[in-house]
Write a protein that binds this ligand. Structure first.
Ligand SMILES: *Cc1c(COP(=O)(O)O)cnc(C)c1O
Length: 434
């Protein structure tokens, strides 16, 4: 048989291009055949406890029967219909609920398929908000060190500029205004003068409130956000809260912005919106932002429209997920997970090699002082019966909210075992990140 015939007859990943992976040197990916609750099953039949819920999406656990039922029913009735000139039940219901839960009943909800697109749409709305009012020079964004907002071009431009993942593309991307998240009094004063000097060219500030998850669970206090919002109000700058990662309970409240005194002007949602079962994202715009578009002039309309906008199966999954948030004590479960993470991860601070332990809501992170080889870590954790995928030198848990205490214990124990085993071979520790 030729190679091509072998490939057509066997399951293999030779034709898959995997994300963020140098496939020439990376270890083989795990072949997952099934999921349930907080576990994933590999092709050899072994089960792993999933510590990160598929990039924090599967908040109700995998295969939740109410979400599965909603998807099946929607697929039988109407999988998808374009939204050009058409609306449907699931999208209407979802938008009404999301508006009421977030920026208020007069907010507008623009549905798309991925978090990156939700961010693109928010950036575009912010720029056009000023264009529509005759202020086209306001087209730049203040963004933050450590930020991650997605992998498309506009979203990359507001990510951390030093980040190796996107640094290659520097000359290709729009120049934005990066700044550190202001924490101290001095940093706050610097931030205000930074914004004030550039305010004529700034459309908005974009931030991941409370936790920069993709940066390795970097956290800041609500105080920093309150300050940023106040500065934006003083200088007429819009605030975009990218809650693609933090939305839907992850930080202990339904949305992270609820822990501040302000509401953002634009809000990006994705990831856990459908409980991780289908791709869907949303950009929510406040009534005030939307008002700049609601005019007797077709040129002032928002020119954006994804093919799979408001995907009916995705919206059905999202509505089922919101039902579960209403019916189940999810935020209480987040508190229980938080206590369990405190109890099991904080003691790791005494281990040699641990620089920091950070815990907020259902997120726990252990930063170590040595370089982690990703494939090696994945394999070590597999032998412990868990799936944990560190980011750089940060080993983190962001599990489903239905995970059991015993499963958390196993996950945290595996992290301790990993550090004790790997740190003993290390000679030059890495300094703690600031
Ligand atoms: C994951 C993520 C995105 C990008 O979402 P995709 O669905 O992967 O395009 C954007 N912002 C934040 C904060 C994220 O965590």
């Amino acid at each position: 048989m030729t190679g091509a015939e072998i490939r057509l007859n066997d399951l293999n990943y030779e034709n898959l291009w995997l994300p963020y992976t140098q496939m020439k040197t990376a270890a083989s990916p795990f072949h997952v055949t099934a999921t349930a609750g907080a576990t994933i099953t590999l092709a050899d039949g072994s089960e792993l406890i999933d510590g990160i819920a598929s990039w924090w999406t599967a908040c109700h656990g995998y295969n939740h029967p109410q979400i599965v039922d909603a998807i099946v029913r929607q697929a039988q009735q109407m999988p998808h219909v374009m939204m050009g000139g058409i609306v449907h039940d699931q999208a209407m219901r979802l938008s009404t609920r999301l508006a009421a839960m977030t920026l208020g009943q007069d907010a507008k909800v623009f549905l798309s398929e991925s978090g990156s697109v939700a961010v693109e749409v928010a950036l575009k709305i912010a720029v056009q908000f000023f264009m529509n009012q005759g202020r086209p020079a306001r087209k730049r964004f203040v963004c933050f060190e450590g930020a991650y907002h997605g992998d498309t071009t506009g979203a990359m431009s507001v990510c951390d500029a030093q980040d190796s993942m996107h640094a290659h593309f520097k000359g290709y991307l729009i120049d934005q205004y990066p700044h550190a998240v202001p924490k101290t009094k001095q940093q706050k004063a610097d931030f205000e003068s930074f914004v004030s000097q550039r305010s004529d060219s700034i459309a908005g500030v974009i931030i991941e409130p409370l936790i920069q998850m993709a940066a390795g669970m970097r956290m800041h206090l609500p105080d920093s956000l309150n300050f940023i919002y106040q500065v934006c109000q003083r200088h007429g700058v819009l605030v975009i809260a990218d809650e693609v990662a933090t939305g839907f309970g992850r930080t202990g409240t339904m949305f992270a912005f609820e822990q501040t005194n302000f509401k953002p002007d634009l809000l990006c949602l994705g990831k856990a919106l459908t409980g991780g079962a289908a791709p869907l994202a949303a950009t929510v715009a406040s009534e005030r932002v939307y008002a700049a578009f609601h005019q007797d002039c077709s040129e002032l309309a928002l020119m954006h429209g994804p093919t799979f906008m408001g995907h009916a199966i995705g919206c059905a999954a999202a509505n089922a997920s919101l039902d579960l948030f209403q019916q189940q004590p999810r935020l209480q479960q987040v508190q229980t997970i938080n206590a369990s993470l405190q109890q099991t991860l904080n003691p790791l601070l005494t281990l040699a090699g641990v620089n920091d332990v950070r815990i907020l809501g259902a997120v726990g992170a252990v930063e170590v002082d040595f370089t982690i080889e990703l494939g090696d870590a994945l394999e070590f954790f597999r032998t412990q019966g868990v799936f944990i995928r560190p980011i750089g030198n940060v080993i983190y848990l962001a599990p489903s909210f239905t995970i059991t205490d015993a499963q958390i214990q196993t996950l945290s124990h595996a992290i301790g075992a990993f550090i004790q085993t790997k740190r003993s071979n290390v000679t030059t520790p890495v300094a703690k990140a600031t």
